[in-house]
Design a protein around this ligand. Structure first.
Ligand code: SF4
Length: 229
């Protein structure tokens, strides 16, 4: 969480031409939210601290450049453009790219209704992607005792590789390969050593249905999931 501290310098910045008060160094996604502007995010989540800005869905404009809001910190005199038609379309295009790059069959996915990618598809009014589906041939890793890893759904956001550790402080997930062969690999021994609580945590951490708990299907019925309205 972007806690507001009394000791941090107060500054003024412009969000879509409107002057707002900010704290120097404040995360722009959190700052905008505080002022009623909801910037779409996918690799970023509230309270994550430093974000790597991998998905770029939170792209905004600053000094004529496209920048990710989740990695940007408030500075005196900033003038940020957030809600324009071209920026909305850019974000929508990024979501469409993620859909065509993976194999996302929402109606049969255990994360349906709780999935951040699905939610953004709806929020940004995605219908048919403007890009061709790639139909990549990806596998499902069943090797761990408690976790199932669905490569078809992984959007390579890096939440699990950078923000999740086992009880010994060791990473359980890591990136392997390059370019279109990039994937997340799971250390089976470490995954098998995870407590039920940590398994639940990493399932929750994954924004899509790529990391799932074995032996568990739809946790909550339709109407009671995160994005059900
Ligand atoms: S498994 Fe989930 S959390 Fe990890 S990189 Fe893929 S989408 Fe992100």
């Amino acid at each position: 969480m972007n806690k507001l501290s009394k000791n941090t310098k107060k500054i003024n910045i412009l969000l879509d031409g409107k002057e707002v008060e900010a704290q120097e160094g404040e995360n722009i996604v959190e700052l905008a939210k505080r002022h009623g502007i909801d910037i779409p995010v996918l690799c970023y989540y509230e309270g994550m601290g430093e974000c790597l800005g991998t998905c770029r869905v939170c792209t905004i404009r600053w000094k004529r450049h496209h920048v990710s809001a989740c990695t940007l910190k408030a500075e005196e005199g900033m003038d940020l453009t957030i809600e324009t038609e071209d920026l909305k379309d850019l974000r929508k295009a990024l979501i469409e790219l993620l859909f065509v790059e993976g194999n996302h069959f929402c109606p049969s996915c255990e994360k349906s209704g709780d999935c951040d990618l699905q939610h953004l598809g709806l929020k940004l009014e995605m219908t048919v992607p403007r890009f061709h589906y790639r139909f990549n041939n990806r596998s499902i890793n069943f090797d761990a005792d408690k976790i199932l890893f669905e490569h078809n759904r992984c959007i390579l956001c890096k939440r699990c590789t950078h923000k999740f550790e086992d009880d010994n402080g060791e990473r359980v997930f890591a990136f392997k390969g390059k370019g279109s062969n990039l994937s997340v690999e799971m250390n089976i021994e470490r995954a098998n050593g995870l407590s039920e609580e940590l398994v639940d945590q990493v399932v929750e951490l994954c924004p899509v249905g790529a990391i799932l708990k074995k032996g568990k299907g739809f946790d909550r019925p339709i109407g009671k999931r995160k994005y059900d309205e």
